[in-house]
Design a binder for this molecule. Structure first.
Ligand code: ZN
Ligand code: ZN
Ligand code: FE
Length: 763
């Protein structure tokens, strides 16, 4: 029998997922010699022995890799026999090109959970138990390759017992970089606002305090949470008041699926995702008659639940009589990024939290909880962060240069692209505060060095005032790199194409609140013919003033009165509807002056603002406290009477562009209000009117262009009634409809669209 020697280079998510021990065991079993090692590109394996055995090992690697591994490519080369004596795991070496993918953070696995709760285990109740199949990854990695010394675990020296496990290829903790135990690893401590340590076992004490109605800031995996007992109405109200967050839904955590089921309806798919290793916040339908206070998610049909995804979280639910469900909202000041450092938490959150459950495993990079919904058995990503980031997104366009997409201004993410991979960042959020900008710039630097992608082209939004635009301009200038500006809604549609892995021309329907248009107006109710190369604007909602600019976004009554004024002049003040009763006439006079004199009243075609106007007209919301609130509340009250009643828009064509006029819709709504038609029905008619209008325009555009593929994007399509209605209606008309699943349709997806468009354009 002739010996052979083969060298394999395996690329993909292959580090930190138990790959080397897996290879080691395989090689031993098949009596092969050689070695396995991690390098910055992936995993290198040399196998020497009988040819048939080598082939069998290779096919086993391909067919049955470790559960968390994702192999992208295996390169195989035959080499002269070297007569290796044994098979061994070698120490990592650096190579010039970094190509390894970093694994997202992984929720605690079943095996670790069993050990955690087993009084005989040496890690019983140890809040940092983990293994090769679970635990922190992205949030603790400083640089590649993924070795302990390159993580925030470097400062903990392993004890003898941990070292033995770490070195034993047969052990589940073999080369598990964050491995630790109560003897050698990180620890928790509970302190008050003055950083004074509270006596007693920190986690049991925390459970007790939560049970008493206290607010505790808890350091987790990707940052701090603010926690309180969700069943304690007073505690929830107090948390809302102190955080200055009056009505935006609060995320919840419950011990297990059965507890969640008491408060929300769960389908099979929802249960699966909720308990998966990604462990996102899942938006679920509230169970009728559930006993949670309305304050958790006022005016909303959905409620966001997650399960404990770290051992520390699991331990918080060991005494469910104290608090069966916890509010777990991001530990930050409104508008600022989530806090990751102990002292900063005490300083910044001291006005909100009574106590702080801290630990000394540092978080290298923040990562908020991801938010997902399941809709018609498929995920809809709302916020893509922990558990998903930094997994690359496959781009249908191959880029020849490295690209940085700077993203939007709110719900910001940035993206780095190389080849056909897009590395989209964790959720950065609203860039409006200096701290957010700091986190944004730090994040970009970290991604740059982690993935070794140094941008050669910078892409920004066309909006001149976005801080991401200003950052990109400065960066391009300082580094002498070309800058590209991409229109906001074009980027939305491109992100939807990437999400569906297609590269073709579509009718793109991009509806959102705000996006800077080519003509300087604020767009947001757009129909484009678009591909990655270019776009043409083919239809949009008719322009209407946005009196007060940003203020009109926060105060939907401004849009309601503007639409009323456009519908019937000042006669609307005599209408017998509630809005007029509560209207401050002085304020209206000011608004009217802005509109008439065109001062601080930019024009907008925003669909989001039309939703706002209707929401205020139906007495739902005159002032919002979080983005999209008025529109969300309008969707939530819908009661579809099943009748085909819907409101009609008026259409005209100007210079080849359809202008969609909403005045007849407003007129019908006034009419229905006067006839005391319930708001729930008016809302349904309004939504159905939008769906019919979408179908009408899309059919016309198909006649004009022959295009039969439609992409729906923009934050408005998080509205499930609209999404479902429009999709069904368009499919009935014979269209292929593409919607979002893994990339948010909101501005969190903008950076993805930006880099895909640039990838197509650059030579
Ligand atoms: Zn584990
Ligand atoms: Zn140890
Ligand atoms: Fe947008």
């Amino acid at each position: 029998m002739a010996k052979e020697r083969k060298c394999l280079e395996i690329i993909g998510i292959v580090q930190g997922v138990g790959f080397r021990p897996f290879i080691y065991r395989l090689a031993k079993r098949h009596n092969l010699k050689g070695f396995v090692l991690n390098n910055t590109k992936g995993v290198i394996v040399e196998l020497e022995g009988e040819g048939a055995q080598i082939e069998e090992v290779i096919s086993k690697i391909k067919e049955n890799p470790p559960p968390l591994a994702q192999i992208e490519k295996i390169e195989c080369e035959s080499l002269p026999v070297l007569e290796y004596r044994d098979f061994e795991i070698r120490i990592s070496r650096k190579t010039e090109e970094k190509n390894t993918l970093v694994s997202p953070d992984i929720a605690t696995c079943e095996k670790c959970k069993i050990e955690l709760l087993n009084p005989d285990d040496r890690r019983y109740h140890y809040p940092f138990i983990n293994c090769i199949n679970c635990g922190p990854r992205f949030t603790i990695i400083r640089e590649l390759p993924y070795d302990r010394k390159n993580t925030t675990m470097a400062k903990f020296k392993m004890c003898e017992d941990c070292r033995l496990e770490y070195d034993d290829p047969a052990n589940r903790r073999f080369h598990a970089q964050p491995d630790a135990c109560p003897v050698c690893g990180p620890e928790v401590k509970l302190v008050d606002r003055t950083a004074r340590v509270i006596k007693g076992e920190p986690i049991s004490k925390t459970i007790e305090l939560l049970g008493e109605g206290k607010i505790v800031a808890i350091k987790g995996l990707g940052g701090f949470h603010l926690a309180c007992n969700a069943k304690d109405k007073a505690a929830v109200s107090l948390l809302r008041e102190k955080k200055g967050r009056p009505s935006k839904p609060l995320a919840l955590m419950a011990g297990d699926v059965e507890v969640v089921r008491k408060y929300a309806y769960l389908s099979k798919k929802e249960e699966e995702l909720l308990s998966s290793s990604r462990s996102p916040i899942l938006l679920l339908s509230k169970r009728e008659g559930n006993t949670l206070p309305e304050e958790i998610a006022p005016g909303n049909r959905y409620i966001g639940f997650m399960l404990p995804y770290t051992p520390l979280h699991i331990l918080l639910f060991q005494d469910p009589k104290e608090a069966e469900v916890l509010v777990m909202t991001s530990g930050n000041k409104i508008g600022e990024p989530i806090i990751i450092k102990n002292m900063e938490a005490i300083r910044v959150l001291g006005g909100i939290a009574d106590y702080f459950l801290l630990h000394n495993r540092d978080i290298r990079i923040p990562s908020d909880d991801s938010v997902v919904a399941i809709f018609e058995d498929r995920p809809i990503m709302i916020r893509r962060s922990r558990g998903y980031v930094p997994e690359p997104i496959k781009c249908p366009v191959h880029t020849k240069k490295n690209i940085l997409g700077c993203g939007a201004h709110l719900k910001n993410t940035f993206s780095l692209a190389r080849g056909n991979e897009i590395f989209t960042s964790h959720h950065i959020g609203d860039l409006g505060t200096p701290k957010s900008m700091e986190a944004y710039e730090r994040g970009i630097k970290h991604f740059e060095s982690l993935f070794d992608i140094h941008p050669e082209v910078i892409v920004v939004d066309r909006h001149p005032e976005y801080l991401s635009t200003k950052f990109g301009e400065k960066w391009a200038n300082a580094n002498d790199r070309p800058l590209m500006r991409v229109q906001h809604h074009h980027a939305h549609i491109a992100s939807c194409l990437v999400d569906n892995d297609i590269d073709k021309e579509v009718i793109g329907i991009a509806w959102d609140g705000t996006g800077f248009g080519e003509d300087g107006a604020i767009w947001g109710g757009e129909f484009l013919i678009a591909d990655f190369k270019s776009y043409q604007r083919k239809a949009h909602l008719e322009y209407i003033p946005l009196p007060g600019g940003e203020k009109a976004v926060k105060e939907p009554w401004r849009m309601a009165t503007t639409y009323l004024y456009y519908t019937m002049g000042e006669d609307f003040l005599d209408l017998d509807i509630e809005l007029i009763g509560r209207l401050d006439l002085k304020k209206w006079e000011m608004l009217k002056a802005m509109i008439d004199r065109k001062i601080n009243a930019p024009l907008t075609s925003s669909a989001g603002r039309l939703f706002d106007a209707v929401s205020s007209l139906l007495d739902l919301r005159d002032r919002i406290t979080y983005l999209g609130q008025a529109a969300i509340e309008l969707e939530m009250i819908i009661e579809d009477d099943g009748k085909a009643n819907f409101y009609n828009f008026k259409l005209r064509k100007e210079d080849g562009i359809y202008i969609i006029n909403a005045i007849p819709v407003i007129r019908s709504i006034i009419d229905d209000l006067i006839h005391r038609i319930p708001p729930s029905v008016i809302s349904a008619r309004f939504h159905k009117g939008l769906i019919e209008m979408i179908a009408d325009i899309t059919l016309r555009l198909r006649d004009d262009t022959g295009i039969t593929d439609v992409a729906l994007s923009g934050g408005v399509f998080q509205n499930r009634f609209l999404l479902q209605g429009a999709t069904k209606r368009l499919i009935k008309e014979g269209f292929r409809v593409y919607t979002h699943h893994n990339i948010p349709s909101n501005d969190g997806g903008i950076s993805v669209g930006q880099v895909a468009i640039a990838a197509n354009v650059i030579p």
